[in-house]
Design a protein around this ligand. Structure first.
Ligand SMILES: Cc1ncc(COP(=O)(O)O)c(C=O)c1O
Length: 487
């Protein structure tokens, strides 16, 4: 038989080192451990001192029982199966405006089928509707040609990193703490993350002085900083920027020649009456910059807001202030993915153009939306209060988004114990919390944090009736943990 030539095997060492470097904490080690515990619990109920794993690690509302918005799903169902549009029973099962909307959308889809590829930016008629929605939100015009529909905001983030990063000398300014998709995609494309620290003492404030200081430091190291990422409302930190602060950020980007990457996926998630969301597009326009003077990318997603349709993978980026030559290259990148999925495109359109006063669905739509948002605000407050009652824990208000990011001041003995196990102290705390309570949170080290401080991120998404039990389990665990390691 043939010779004994050995076939070179595929090993981790032989892979792209940029892939190896990239880490994504919200689906990291602690989540794999939780999934293992869940299997053990299913095979052997009673093997842990809790009945279920409570996933507070990721902003995935439907996985924890949140119900979809009826109007959105009716339109999606009708678009996916248009033959029922002409059946008489459909009138009784679906609202008149969802039937009407599905007809309008189907008229805009080439071939009237959600099974067909579309234009790489997304279906033109849907982009027209989204542009009108942006215009209604901001009070300034939006151009459908500036809109790229994407499979959630994640591919848009990656596309921008791919576009901007040429080598490790190219830097992307990111908040710390940050949403780890930024650090992961910067690592993947071989750039350098240039951190700017949010100020925990002022409710995770974004200070221009800090931006200036870090920019100077990066430039001294020979880093060419190309873009500033701003997450508003913040993840994991939950702050909502004041309009004046946003104006200063825009001026800073203009002065320093930076692309402003405005991650605005939590724009509907505002929990406090004293804060309001303002898009950076609106802020730029209101400063008289029109939509050409600042290179701005604004991200929106169907995964967040009150709808929380993470699995549908819909979203868009509105790209303004790029030259026609650069836009052509962005478009080329979009064509490599053929197009984003059509259900996600439809959903992104519905999110930016929900039922209006007088539509049959309007009242029920509003009741569903308000019910979800008001409950989220109550859950955020209950968890915030519960966390602030814990020894050595301080938690800023979740003004927006879906998370709390408390600081935990751990006893030295606990930090030493973590070090002896080669774990970050907050990862050790989170692991012990999981084993004791079944609650899954993400250690702060996965998001970045000011050196020497420890945090964890906890979502506000478990159903409201579960929150009191979560708070009491957390309180009991925390007290025991502190007692065990008290110096
Ligand atoms: C700040 C931020 N940006 C973007 C995303 C990406 O979400 P998706 O790709 O589901 O739109 C997330 C998801 O949690 C996020 O928190």
């Amino acid at each position: 038989m043939g010779s004994d030539r050995s076939i070179p095997s595929l090993t981790a060492d032989s892979l792209n080192p940029k892939v190896l470097k990239c880490e994504y904490a919200v689906r990291g080690e602690i989540v794999s451990l939780a999934q293992k515990l869940q299997q053990q619990l299913q095979a052997n109920p009673g093997s842990y001192p809790f009945k279920e794993i409570l996933y507070c690690n990721i902003g995935n509302p439907h996985s924890l029982g949140q119900q979809p918005i009826t109007f959105f799903r009716e339109v999606l169902a009708l678009c996916d199966h248009p033959t029922i549009l002409d059946k008489s029973k459909t009138q009784g099962l679906f609202s008149s405006d969802s039937i009407e909307r599905a007809r309008q959308i189907l008229d805009q889809i080439p071939g009237r089928s959600t099974g067909a590829y579309s234009h790489s930016k997304g279906i033109k008629g849907l982009r027209d509707t989204i542009a009108a929605g942006i215009e209604a939100r901001d009070g300034f015009p939006a151009d459908p040609n500036d809109i790229f529909l994407t499979d959630g905001a994640s591919p848009a983030i990656q596309m921008m990193m791919q576009l901007l990063i040429r080598s490790e000398n190219d830097g992307i300014f990111c908040p710390v703490p940050q949403y780890p998709l930024y650090s992961a995609s910067i690592a993947l494309y071989g750039g350098t993350l240039v951190p700017y620290y949010l100020d925990e003492a002022t409710g995770w404030g974004l200070e221009i002085r800090e931006l200036e200081k870090q920019l100077e430091t990066a430039r001294q190291k020979g880093i060419n900083v190309r873009a500033l990422v701003v997450i508003n409302p913040g993840n994991p930190t939950g702050q909502v920027l004041a309009e004046e602060n946003q104006r200063d950020i825009v001026e800073f980007c203009k002065k320093e020649g930076l692309v402003l990457l405005a991650d605005e996926v939590y724009q509907e998630n505002i929990h406090v009456p004293e804060k309001q969301f303002h898009s950076f597009k609106k802020v730029c326009c209101s400063m008289g910059y029109g939509d050409k003077a600042i290179p701005l990318v604004s991200l929106q997603s169907v995964s967040k807001g009150y709808h929380g349709e993470c699995g549908k993978r819909g979203g868009y980026m509105e790209v303004t202030g790029f030259s026609p030559e650069v836009m052509e290259q962005v478009y080329k990148l979009a064509t490599l993915n053929a197009c984003s999925n059509i259900s996600g495109q439809i959903l992104a359109t519905l999110v930016m153009s929900p039922p209006k006063v007088g539509d049959e669905s309007y009242e029920s739509y509003l009741a569903e939306k308000d019910g979800i948002l008001q409950s989220m605000a109550r859950r955020a407050k209950m968890l915030e209060d519960g966390l602030n009652n814990l020894e050595g824990v301080t938690c800023n208000k979740a003004e927006g988004a879906m998370y709390l990011f408390p600081q935990i001041r751990l006893p030295n003995k606990a930090i030493k114990e973590a070090e002896s196990r080669k774990k970050e102290p907050d990862a050790y705390y989170a692991t012990r919390l999981l084993y004791a309570t079944g609650i899954v949170v993400v250690p702060g080290s996965g998001f970045g944090q000011f050196p020497g401080t420890w945090h964890f991120r906890c979502t506000i998404l478990p159903q409201e009736e579960k929150i009191p039990a979560i708070v009491s389990r957390l309180t009991e665990f925390h007290q025991k943990f502190m007692d065990e390691f008290r110096d």
